[in-house]
Each structure stands twice: as C-alpha cells, then as structure tokens.
Design a protein around this ligand. Structure first.
Ligand SMILES: NC(=O)c1ccc[n+]([C@@H]2O[C@H](COP(=O)([O-])OP(=O)(O)OC[C@H]3O[C@@H](n4cnc5c(N)ncnc54)[C@H](O)[C@@H]3O)[C@@H](O)[C@H]2O)c1
Ligand SMILES: [Zn+2]
Ligand SMILES: [Zn+2]
Length: 371
C-alpha cells in the first residue's frame, strides 16, 4: 500500500513528509493505522545526528496509538479493530528477561530493532524499491506502520487514542520509574528532578503509590505549577547550575535525604544531585534521562557505602503488553490527568514544528493527529 510518512533523509535537516510503500504484515506482524503520535525527545535527538546509533533514511516516531487494520500469519494476541499503543520496548513473554520480574528489557528483537529492521531482518518500508528503515521498531510518524505483535499493547477501546499515545513513551516512562523501577512505598518522601513529560509522569506515579511528600525541582516556574497539579506537595525552583538544591533537600528531610529520588532531565550533573539527595541507609536514586555520548556521572563512593543505591530505568521498567493497558485503565478511572500534558495538536505535515516547539520548551507534548 501507499501511505504518507515523515522521513529522516539527512541528519540535521528537517524531516520530509512524502508517500512511501508499505508491505503487508508478515509472520507475527500487524498492520496498524495510526490515529495519534506524540513527538518525543528521542525523535529530535536522532534527527539531529547527535545519536551515534542513528541511521537514515528512516521513518521516525515512537509514541504512537492506533487501530489494527490487518494481521499476519500466526498473530494470536490481536484482532482487526483492536486499539493499540506502540511499544519501542517490546515484551515477547518468552525470553529470560521477560520471564523475570526484575526487568522489562526484552531480548527477543533487540539487535534487529537497533539496526532498523523488523525481526526477520528486512523492512516493510520502501520508496521506488529502495528499502527505508524502521526507527525504534515503531516508525509512527506515518499514516500506517507494520510492527511485530510483541511490540503492541492492546488498550481499552474507551481510551481516546490521542491521549493513549502518551503511554507509548514519555508518560509511561515517568509513571513507571516511580511505580515499577523505584517501587515507591506509601508514606515515603520522593524528589523528582525535572518537570517535563517524564518528570511530571514520575510525580503522578509517586502520588499513585501513596507517597506522602513529593518534591519537584525544575528551572521553570510554569512547569513547577504543573507538577503541583499532578501531585507535588513541594516545588523548588533551581538555577541552571543547581547550586544549593542538594542542601535544600537535605534540610527538608532532617539532614538525611529523600527515600526516593528520580532524575528526569538527561543531565549528568542533575544525576549526581539525585544521588547526593537520596537518603543515607536506603535512599534509591533512579535515572531516567538519556545523557550525551561519552558523559559520565560523578559519585562519591562513600555515599554508596552508606546505603544509597542507584537504578537505571528504561521505559520506566514497564512491561509494555501487560502494564501499559493497566496504566491506561488508571487514566480512564480518573487517576491521571493526561489531557493537561497535551499542549499542541499538529498534523503530520507539521512534524518539524513539533521539534521546534520542543526545542523552545513550549508546552509539554505536541501530538500529531492523523484525523
Ligand atoms: N529512560 C527512558 O526510557 C526515557 C524515555 C523517554 C525520555 N527519556 C529521557 O528523559 C529525559 C526527560 O525527558 P522529558 O521529555 O521529560 O524532557 P523535557 O526536556 O521536557 O524535561 C526536562 C526538564 O528538566 C528541567 N531541567 C533542566 N535542567 C535542570 C536542573 N538543573 N534541575 C532541575 N531540572 C532541570 C527542564 O527545565 C525541563 O523541564 C530526557 O533525557 C529524555 O531523553 C528517557
Ligand atoms: Zn520517547
Ligand atoms: Zn522478551
């Protein structure tokens, strides 16, 4: 079939929206008609050329939601008409990682996905016979996509897909960091660094877990107001250098530090602050941010010996096919205000405007509406 998609032709250049060919779904694959797709930092990062693992030409986009249009042979977990959220982090339910409750990092298709191919090492996307690679196994800046069934979460048909799409990356990453990676306990104190999509999700996740005190730190007063709306009990306006933030958190916590800290900025200096403001004895610092290539975090070992721990969180530790539907249900039950995250609605042709808005930190999320 023919369909329109936003192609990364050359790093550092705007995406080019154009018609491409999309092959039918093969063994274990599903054809999805996209209804909505959020614009996330990782798309912009790859488009910029800074990501060393990036490749072109490719169709970007990974925060998608849509409707199943066709299924390939052997697909048993989805049917035509099902509503789905795309998963850049799949869940095969069979590999040693999927069988462990300790991680959400599925091993089934990692290599192929990382190189831009579907599990059988080929692409379904092409232009005049020339293969175009898939991005993050999702390629959702497009009217349609073909993906393996293990990378699609079936969600309630009651959830509007233009909200559900945020659970494909940013929102689920933040919620999950608090709920599944840190496993925040009732009555605890949590500090979230960063009040973007991921940080605000973490604030909401900490609230859902029953945290008593949730402190959010950001550079923007406006974003801190949003953090309050999503459940922060305290907010702290930081300077870009973060001077005095750790001291202020220690002071707020009787000199000990917080039970849980969650980093959602991508800045290694802030990651260090997250470790330093975690509680002696058991404080857990969870890192969500993607730092630049070659950057490292400085940690004084004494902080670790005295009981602080550090965790990393990919996609919030969310096991996508099992837990994305549960998170979407909590939204439907009125526990998460998703509408408030959507600041701009754009068309596929305006995808580069989505990057501009993100670059200017104008709003939390732009969502492409495929109409
Ligand atoms: N682990 C994952 O699977 C995953 C998934 C999605 C995004 N991410 C990463 O998470 C990070 C956050 O993503 P986002 O979409 O929320 O980004 P964002 O840019 O919207 O938010 C980052 C926030 O950090 C704030 N900030 C900057 N410097 C700060 C400082 N010194 N102290 C406190 N706050 C500061 C900014 O004001 C901004 O509000 C990024 O690095 C992104 O790449 C990771
Ligand atoms: Zn993302
Ligand atoms: Zn697996």
């Amino acid at each position: 079939m023919r369909m329109r998609a936003a192609v990364l032709e050359e790093f550092g250049q705007p995406l080019v929206v154009q018609e491409l060919d999309l092959e039918e779904p093969k063994q274990g694959e599903v054809l999805v008609r996209l209804v909505a797709c959020g614009v996330c930092h990782t798309d912009m990062y790859t488009a910029s050329g800074v990501d060393p693992s990036g490749y072109a030409p490719a169709v970007l986009g990974h925060e998608g939601a849509g409707v199943v249009e066709a299924i390939g042979e052997g697909v048993d977990s989805l049917q035509v008409g099902d509503h789905v959220v795309t998963l850049f982090s799949p869940q095969c339910r069979e590999c040693v990682h999927c069988e462990s409750p300790k991680t959400n990092i599925c091993l089934a298709i990692r290599d192929q996905q990382g190189r831009g191919y579907l599990p059988d090492q080929t692409t379904r996307l092409s232009r005049n016979g020339e293969p175009i690679r898939h991005f993050m196994g999702t390629s959702t800046f497009a009217e349609y996509t073909v993906m393996p069934q293990i990378a699609l979460a079936k969600v309630s048909p009651e959830a509007p897909l233009d909200r559900a799409c945020l659970f494909a990356c940013g929102l689920a990453t933040g919620l999950g960091a608090a709920m599944y990676t840190a496993k925040v306990e009732e009555g605890s104190t949590v500090v979230v660094f960063g009040a973007g999509m991921v940080g605000l999700g973490a604030v909401a996740g900490a609230r859902l877990q029953g945290a008593e005190r949730i402190v959010c730190v950001d550079l923007s007063q406006e974003r801190l107001e949003m953090a309050r709306h999503h459940g922060a009990t305290d907010v702290m306006l930081a300077g870009a250098g973060g001077d005095g933030v750790v001291e202020a958190i220690l002071e707020m916590t009787g000199g000990f530090g917080a039970d849980y800290t969650i980093e959602a900025t991508g800045l290694v200096d802030v990651m260090r602050q997250a470790v330093e403001s975690a509680r002696m004895g058991w404080g857990l610092a969870t890192m969500c941010g993607v730092a630049g290539k070659g950057e490292t975090v400085e940690i004084v070992p004494r902080l670790l010996i005295t009981g602080r721990r550090v965790a990393g969180s990919s996609f919030g530790g969310v096991k996508g096919r099992d837990q994305v539907p549960q998170l979407v249900q909590r939204y439907l039950d009125g526990e998460i205000d998703v509408d408030g995250f959507i600041s701009h609605r754009i068309t596929l042709d305006e995808v580069n405007k989505g990057f501009d808005l993100m670059h200017a930190q104008d709003g939390i999320r732009s969502v492409i509406d495929f109409g």
